[in-house]
Design a protein around this ligand. Structure first.
Ligand SMILES: CNc1ncnc2c1ncn2[C@@H]1O[C@H](COP(=O)(O)OP(=O)(O)OP(=O)(O)O)[C@@H](O)[C@H]1O
Length: 170
């Protein structure tokens, strides 16, 4: 696919909620990644900050409000069949208010850390989830996909955390 001269990555959020031994995932009921288990998130909308977008998507998709969101990672996804790179900002929350509730987009379910259904998830997840779940490390990764779903190249490293990172989509 021919690339334009200049392009901006498309901004997304992804929130993982944990309770100390389990992580809350949702089975995507429609749209991109349908059938996969994933954290909760979506596109950052014009005028909102990535942190606001993360909170909004968590409430819309899982029915809960994060008490605090820690920015833990930045992932870039490159697809041979999509024109734009995706930049996904990953947040963690270990405390929330409300009851996880099924939405039109996601069906929430808790998984023990040692029973995460990686076979039914995006192929990058198995590499970076352990970094998020094992402690407080922050990470930066780039993952190349062909035919949307096949992971062919990856690069992942721990980086200093950007405490309080937040910016707005122009
Ligand atoms: C390729 N490897 C990947 N690995 C892990 N997670 C991935 C991912 N690729 C996309 N994601 C996440 O999937 C959600 C899609 O969001 P998506 O449903 O398209 O957005 P949004 O809710 O705004 O869409 P609607 O237009 O309302 O349907 C969003 O959290 C995004 O971070």
């Amino acid at each position: 696919m021919a690339l334009p001269d200049c392009l901006q990555p498309k901004l997304f959020t992804l929130v993982l909620v944990t309770d100390g031994r389990r992580v809350l995932l949702g089975k995507k009921k429609r749209g991109f990644g349908e059938g996969y288990f994933n954290g909760f998130g979506g596109k950052v909308e014009a005028g909102e900050t990535i942190r606001d977008a993360a909170s909004r998507e968590l409430l819309e998709e899982a029915g809960i409000a994060a008490d605090s969101l820690t920015h833990r990672g930045t992932l870039t996804f490159l697809f041979d069949d999509r024109p734009q790179p995706w930049e996904v900002h990953v947040f963690h929350s270990d405390s929330y208010t409300g009851m996880p509730t099924e939405s039109e987009e996601m069906a929430p379910q808790w998984f023990d850390y040692d029973s995460i259904p990686y076979q039914q998830m995006w192929a990058d997840d198995v590499f970076w989830y352990p970094l998020l779940l094992k402690g407080s490390a922050c990470f930066r990764g780039t993952f190349h996909f062909v035919n949307t779903h096949t992971l062919v190249k990856r690069d992942l490293s721990e980086v200093p955390c950007l405490d309080g990172v937040d910016y707005k989509l122009c």
